[in-house]
Structure formats: C-alpha cells, structure tokens
Design a protein around this ligand. Sequence first.
Ligand code: BG6
Length: 487
Amino acid sequence: MSVLTDVSTAPAREAGARPGDHVIVLFGATGDLARRELLPGLFQLARAGLLPPRYRIVGTARSPHGDEEFRRIARDAVAEFGQTPPEGEAWRDFAGTLTFAAAEPAHPQPLMDAVSGAERAVGGTPRRLFHLAVPPSGFEATVRMLGATGLAEHGRIIVEKPFGTDLASARALNTAIHEVFDESDVFRIDHFLGKESVDNILAFRFANGLFEPIWNRNHISHVQIDVPETIGIEGRAAFFEGTGTYRDMIVTHLLQVLGFVAMEPPTTLAAKPIRDETSKVFAAMAPLDVRDVVRGQYQGYRDEAGIAPDSQTETFVAARVEVENWRWSGVPFFLRSGKSMAQRRQAVTIAFREPPMRMFPLSSDTAPRPTNKLVIDFADPGWIAAHFLAKEPGATMRLGEAAMTFRYADSFCNRRSLAGYERLILDAMLGDQSLFTRSDGIERLWEISAPLLSDPPPVQPYPAGSWGPDAALKLIAPHHWFLPDDH
Ligand code: BG6
C-alpha cells in the first residue's frame, strides 16, 4: 500500500478557470494605484482571455470625468505602465467596457445608475466586484454606502492595504465590513502574496522532499526578509505621511511573506487550510520589542512637497521578530525595507548554521565568513539560489563560495506569469481567498505591532541612496545583511 497521500484534488486553484460575468467597480479609478497597477492589470487579464466572457468596468472617484475622458486616462496608464501597448482590437474591446461615474459616499446616485447601466449591458445577473483603491480613511464610509444603497448585494469587495492603521481601527473596519459583506466575500489584498515567487515558496517547501526537513531551528540560524527600494515617495506625500514604512510595507507585505516562509504544511491547498497556517504563525509571534526596531528617514524627505518640516514619519524600518513555536523558537527573523535606498531588491534569505567543525581553509579571509543560505528573490520573475562552499580547482584544498541558481525563465520557457495584482484580481473574481489576508490574521499583526505604534523610537536620518541608518547593522549583529553583497 502506498504511504503517499494524494490531495491533489483539493478544490482550489483550478487550472484555466475563468470567472463568471462581472461588473467591476473601481473606487479611486483615477488615482495612482489604478494608473500604475489596476487598469494595466485588468487590460492584461483581458488580453490573456482571463476576464469573464461578459463584463463591464465602472470607474469612480470624487472628481467628475466623462466616459471618454476615463478611457483616455486608462489608455495613458496602460501605455505608461502596461505590459502591452493599448492598441488594436484588444484595446478597443477593453475600452468599450469602461464607463465612469463621479460619486462619493454621501452622493451615491450617479454610481448606482452607472452600475445598473453596466449590468444591463452585461445582461443576466452578473457578480459585482468592488475594488477599494482609496486611502484607508475612505474605506469605512464607502463600505457603509455599499450596504445602504444595496449595491453590496451579490457583491465581493477587495480592500486595499493597509487594513486599518492599528488594532482598534482594523477591528472597527472589520466590524463595518461584516455588517455589509460575508467574510467569504471579503478580499483584503496584499499584492506581494500574488507574486509568483511567493506561491512558489509553498511549492519549494512542500512539494519537495529536499528542503522541508532542514526548514527549522535545528538547521537555520536566522531569516532575512529584505525589501530595499530605490524610489522615494513618488509624490504620495499625503498617503505616506499618514502611513510610513511600517504600515505601508512591514505590517503588510513583509509580515505576510513571513507567514508563508514560516507556516506549517497546510492540509490541502484550499484557502482555509492555508490561511489557518499563516494565522497560526502570526499567533505565535511575540509582540514587537521597540528596542528591536530601527526607524529611519532619508535626508531630504522633509523637503518634499506636502511633508511636514518636522515630520517623524519613517521611510525605513529594520526589525527583529520572533516566532515562538516548536519550529522557530530562537530563530530571529530580520525584516528591512526603506525608500531611497541603494538598491531595489525583494529577497528572503534563509541562513543555515555552520557545520560543527571548520576543517577547510577558505580562499578568501574576508569577513564575514560565508554561510550556507537559500535566497529566494521574489521580484518578478524572481529566482532561487542555494549558496554553499566548494573546493577551488587546483592542488590546494581551499574553498570558495559557489551557488546553484534556479531562474524561472530557464526552466519554464519564458512563459509570462501574471503580475501580483493581475493574479489576485482574477482570484477574487473566482472567489478564491487563499492569497488574501483574513481578519484574525490582520488583527493579530496589529496586536503585535502595538508596542511600536504606541511608543515609536525617534527616526534616524540616513543619506538617500544608502543602506539606511547604521543602527540597522547593529540590530542584526553578529549576523549581517546579505544585501548588497550576495547576488
Ligand atoms: C506598495 C507600497 O504596496 O508596494 C509602495 O505602497 C511600494 O510604497 C510597493 O513601493 C512595492 O511593490 P512592488 O511590487 O511594486 O515592488
């Protein structure tokens, strides 16, 4: 009898699934996120034949625009940020599905009319998908409006991050949402979880017998999740001043990635088991110790338009967190992200303990001594490398660093993957919540963040284009940040 358990018939993530008919309502349709990601992403899905057979997209924002003007805004967005130019029949078909309605929570009638019009155009009873690409302060009023007008019926909602700004606001938002939507229709989006390489962390760990047996405190000395960015705040002063790097990147993207790196094997690939396991990781995390957090601010931030001259908003965070369970007890996880840094990278590094004896001379004495590590670079399209020591060719026994690298493009014939937002919008239309965050998980992350949010250490200046304040080096000692040395 086979000892293998085949659970490959688990219901989620069916190949080639195409959603049923939809009316997609894009709040914040003329904003930065819609321009950079959502409109280009929707066009890309349309081109790939992954949008429903019949659909309409209703853009909405406070400022008035006509349908034609909105189509022009969308075309410019796709031309600037899309994968393929907005041309030909594909563009004409897509543009024909776009309409616009100026609306705000207190005056929803134009939006209600536009949604009715879109539904008539689609025919039948399409699903409604509301994407809230608005600042967090606008979430609650919009959700209440969807409930009061009846628009929420037969609808699903995608809520952007950050989901609240602390535990109290996240709870209030969850309560407001649950008064209108069932949890099964709520999609709290974190586009890092839609990245191909993050999904691949599941495959890497749980589809191979090679890595999982050493994925624990017996073999791993520490973990780094490192997302330096070269960009500054790109004109998003109002958003950034009210958010800062901890809320914009750490409590959202980096800790969500940590959930996948640290989780126990889910029983199947369905949404509930996956989210149960990430929630257990968050439940096992100790509240942040402010002494383990470095907040930085790049020099010149306070001179940017719209930023307070004495702003204490952080543009850089390095933090040490612990997951107190059987697998990870004693293994620190170091997180780092910042704007205006020396390089743009998105990498998880799993650093392994040294073997008990150092028998071999190294070809270079430079400190720090190289360690075995697995690097998962999750910037699309991403790669995975195993770093180890190997004998240098020649008569002497001396070792140097070597790496084995997997690149998607080498193994998978350059087939284009979906970008994070494309993948997640598709999943939301299909009703698959596997890669979306759950209310308990998010609330727990705000709970462990409370000591930092209530008593943040002062921001430390760092030169733009650098690796952040020196304190971040002390935080990780005796280890060191692998970036920028290891590629
Ligand atoms: C967004 C943050 O969620 O993620 C931005 O608001 C950040 O500040 C961005 O720059 C990074 O995502 P990506 O996938 O574009 O590197």
